[in-house]
Write a protein that binds this ligand. Structure first.
Ligand SMILES: Cc1ncc(COP(=O)(O)O)c(C=O)c1O
Length: 411
């Protein structure tokens, strides 16, 4: 026991020494949020709250009243007509044949990648793919797991061609290739070139044995018609084998749905252990998800999407107009229409602390969350950020960079 606890302490001390120890923090109330994934600011929306409370009340007071907790796994007592109707409703909103709810995006990705690729298959993924996909791949029976350079069609082509050349069972169509990407990347804030990926896939796999899997976690609610995501924005839903949308970010709730065919859904129900061996979501969560999707379907989240885009344009214009800032000290990376900005500096922790001390919540993102040398301060914009807050943030970054240049750094 003592030895075990000592090894815990040693591990933590090692992390501390490398400045890599993780800690839970509690946000100070009233601070400006430039960090959470609450992109549409729906978690503080009175519209969402009032609709949620009304629907919750209706669910619990109706004659067909639902229980508070689900009471078990989906396969035992945790299923309900409310759950199945919700899946149908979300699938139809996303123009997908069917859908299966999971308790989180993490569970969805682990479930999908651990059971869908068959022995002898290959998974080819973007190098920045989320940890949950990596965890699923670790459990997968796929023979080959390869990565390609982030958002690089050339590199994807190279990896796929090598696969085709070296594995006759793949080139002859007897084994499958799964290509795993995110639509909007959480750290770099850029969007995957889905159309080019689909073209590449079709060109190289005439037998139709390549399958695209898109994680829309960060794009849900933010991009596409009424927030339906990037896949629907591009109209390529028929070319995507499976999509994952999560509800814990812009939709102010939690959980996820896997959009797929009815056959794939049935397969997941039988083989995805993260669905089978866990208690299904409780009714308040299902109601929250239903209400958020109803708002999207009715176009009621459009003004939030527009406010977010307007804030993005404003911050972008402010960043472009910052004069006198030494770009070797601070560089701001941003991709068109993305709510995520990366403030690249050699001292991300110090800049984040400086902003936090001024009531501006931003976070330093360090390796291994991002590759070594690409550490940054991540700024995430929201529909509810005010112009004043954005001005304060830009002012703080500018002042910190100026002080650093003048040799009186706030480190
Ligand atoms: C791309 C991506 N996929 C999946 C997840 C996991 O989703 P959840 O938070 O619902 O478990 C995240 C969350 O950070 C994510 O960024």
């Amino acid at each position: 026991m003592v030895a075990l606890l000592e090894s815990f302490q040693q591990a933590l001390d090692q992390r501390e020494a490398k400045l890599a120890r993780r800690r839970l923090t509690i946000l100070s109330p009233g601070a400006a949020d430039f960090s959470s994934n609450d992109f549409l600011s729906l978690s503080t929306s009175s519209l969402l709250k009032s609709r949620y409370l009304r629907k919750l009340d209706a669910c619990f007071s109706s004659r067909k009243a639902v229980g508070l907790g689900s009471g078990g796994s989906r396969l035992l007592d945790g299923n309900s007509s409310f759950t199945e109707e919700l899946e149908q409703f979300i699938a139809s909103f996303h123009d997908a044949p069917d859908g299966l709810l999971f308790n989180s995006g993490f569970d969805a990705n682990v479930g999908v990648f651990s059971c869908i690729p068959q022995p002898g298959d290959a998974i080819v993924h973007d190098e920045l793919i989320h940890a949950s996909v990596r965890e699923g791949m670790r459990l997968s029976r796929a023979k080959t797991k390869l990565q390609f350079k982030h958002n690089s069609i050339n590199d994807l082509n190279r990896v796929l061609q090598r696969l085709v050349k070296e594995d006759p069972s793949i080139s002859e169509g007897n084994r499958n290739v799964f290509i795993a990407v995110e639509s909007l990347y959480s750290m770099d804030g850029d969007v995957a070139p889905l159309k080019e990926i689909i073209q590449t896939m079709h060109k190289l796999f005439a037998h139709g044995n390549a399958y695209l899997i898109v994680d829309e976690a960060h794009a849900t609610g933010v991009f596409g018609p009424n927030g339906a995501g990037v896949v629907q924005d591009l109209g390529v839903q028929k070319d995507v084998f499976l999509r994952t949308h999560t509800f814990g970010k812009a939709l102010a709730s939690q959980g996820a749905i896997v959009l797929c065919t009815t056959l794939t859904r049935e397969y997941l129900i039988n083989y995805a252990r993260t669905l089978i061996y866990t208690t299904a979501m409780a009714s308040p969560t299902l109601v929250a998800i239903r209400v958020a999707y109803e708002l999207m379907q009715q176009g009621k989240t459009q003004p939030f999407q527009q406010n977010l885009q307007s804030n993005i344009s404003y911050l972008r214009a402010c960043c472009d107009a910052i004069d006198g800032i030494d770009r070797s000290i601070v560089r701001i990376d941003h991709h068109d229409r993305s709510p995520i900005f990366s403030i690249r500096t050699k001292y991300p922790r110090e800049l984040a602390r400086y902003c936090q001390q001024r009531g501006l919540i931003v976070r330093a993102i360090m390796a291994p969350t991002v590759p070594l040398g690409k550490e940054r301060v991540r700024v995430c914009l929201h529909a509810g950020n005010t112009r004043h807050e954005i001005d304060q943030l830009v002012g703080a970054i500018k002042k910190w960079a100026e002080d650093l240049k003048m040799g009186s750094p706030k480190l």
